[in-house]
Design a protein around this ligand. Structure first.
Ligand SMILES: CCCCCCCCCCCCCCCC(=O)SCCNC(=O)CCNC(=O)[C@H](O)C(C)(C)COP(=O)(O)OP(=O)(O)OC[C@H]1O[C@@H](n2cnc3c(N)ncnc32)[C@H](O)[C@@H]1OP(=O)(O)O
Length: 401
């Protein structure tokens, strides 16, 4: 008996509370949320989202998607009984193809939990245009009587897959989330697909060039660039090429409490918006004209960014083929400086694909080995991106039949 008491006394109070958290079965439709963004009929709303070009700010939409994924996850873990607070954090986001229209359209963002692991949830969310928007419909709906699973349709402009993780708000440890009951074959298929997405993201980063050296073909590419650089030095700079180092931009932000979760860490969506805006500026400076965002590669939020720290975002154009291609890749590295502790670490690197709307894009050339590795990273991402876009478009075509 004494032995049992001794063991019990050694257990942390908060851990017990979380282990005892009741679990209830949830359906996919239980976590569904949709929010209408009627930009055409609501000038006040449009005012918050419009860019100088008169289009919709992609950064704001990315921020909304992250908040929506958070709200959906909280809905899934809700057990309808008062309990200790659980914090939901964004662990990773899959690659997103961005097909935003060049005109202002009414939109809807919606989604639900598509897979649950032990403490993780895969949230599928999409942004779509609503050509025949009915202003008598409510703006915000927490349930949908005609629930259908989230998959891309011909009206989808962004299809996003988030991995959200539940943590004990006090100890920071993993918390078990509610299990899920699958109601039909379509949901089972989506659940398996979502599980694959989660596993792939979990393994992301293990194949990157900081861990695996360039292939033989890639080494040849680096050598070709070296020869080109030598030629340029002899004959004078080529007007159609730009050194990678000259494309760098930086911005520094003090992390304020307005963008924090209950653990005092900054929302992933806020970081995505800031990174997007810097990447867009970096691309525009290269092209010196209007550009459009085509994709945001997968993101892993490795470490939290705490309120009070300094966020340093540094960006560069890491890959562009030059004429006739109009697309190029921009990377943004987020480094956090803790002023009082004097520490600094990289939390994540964002990779964007942009395309020039009209003007030609100069070829970007690396000068150092470190830049060459970034160039190869950009080239790999471009090649992977072309395949990913093809399969998304096929999925969208398929769902219209
Ligand atoms: C307009 C709309 C209306 C909205 C209406 C307003 C609503 C208003 C609500 C606001 C809601 C905001 C919600 C935002 C939420 C943030 O934006 S949070 C801020 C950004 N994110 C962060 O700061 C996270 C930083 N990273 C970390 O803290 C750690 O890396 C993590 C994510 C906790 C993972 O740590 P770890 O030690 O690897 O965790 P570990 O315990 O080993 O694994 C836990 C689970 O995560 C999984 N996992 C870990 N890493 C990964 C990964 N990279 N990929 C996939 N899975 C992973 C594991 O597989 C494991 O899964 P299970 O087997 O338990 O199912």
């Amino acid at each position: 008996m004494d032995k049992v008491l001794e063991t019990e006394n050694k257990k942390s109070l908060t851990d017990n509370v979380f282990e005892d958290r009741p679990q209830i079965m949830k359906k996919m439709s239980d976590s569904y949320i949709e929010e209408l963004l009627p930009f055409k009929s609501s000038p006040d709303l449009l005012d918050k989202y419009v860019t100088a070009k008169g289009t919709i700010r992609i950064g704001k939409i990315l921020e909304d998607l992250d908040a929506l994924a958070g709200a959906i996850s909280y809905k899934h873990i809700d057990t309808f009984t008062p309990g200790p607070p659980v914090t939901i954090v964004t662990a990773s986001v899959d690659r997103m193809e961005i097909l935003m229209p060049s005109t202002v359209e009414d939109m809807k963002i919606s989604g639900h939990v598509a897979y649950v692991g032990s403490s993780s949830m895969e949230v599928f969310a999409k942004v779509e245009t609503i050509p025949r928007y009915d202003p008598s419909k409510p703006h915000f709906s927490e349930s949908n009587p005609e629930f259908s699973i989230t998959k891309p349709t011909p009206n989808t402009v962004i299809f996003a897959r988030f991995t959200m993780v539940a943590r004990n708000s006090i100890t920071g440890k993993a918390v078990k989330v509610n299990p899920m009951v699958l109601e039909n074959a379509e949901e089972k298929k989506l659940f398996m697909y979502a599980e694959d997405c989660k596993t792939r993201k979990r393994l992301a980063g293990e194949k990157d060039l900081s861990k695996i050296p360039p292939t033989a073909d890639e080494r040849l590419t680096i050598h070709d660039i070296y020869i080109k650089n030598l030629k340029d030095e002899e004959t004078g700079p080529n007007p159609n090429t730009v050194p990678m180092e000259s494309t760098c931009l930086q911005s520094v932000f003090l992390m304020q409490p307005q963008n924090r979760n209950i653990q005092n860490n900054v929302f992933g969506g806020y970081l995505m918006r800031r990174a997007y805006e810097l990447a867009h500026s970096t691309g525009s400076m290269l092209v010196k004209s209007q550009i459009s965002c085509l994709a945001l590669d997968e993101i892993v939020f490795k470490k939290p960014v705490s309120v009070g720290s300094l966020l340093n975002l540094s960006s560069k154009v890491i890959y562009s083929q030059g004429e006739p291609s109009k697309s190029f890749q921009v990377s943004v590295t987020a480094r956090v400086n803790n002023i009082e502790a004097g520490t600094s670490y990289v939390t994540n690197t964002f990779f964007f694909t942009f395309a020039s709307n009209d003007k030609a894009v100069p070829k970007v050339l690396p000068k150092t080995y470190a830049e060459s590795i970034l160039y190869l990273e950009g080239k790999r991402r471009r090649e992977y991106g072309l395949k990913a876009k093809k399969s998304l478009l096929a999925l969208m075509q398929g769902s219209s039949e």
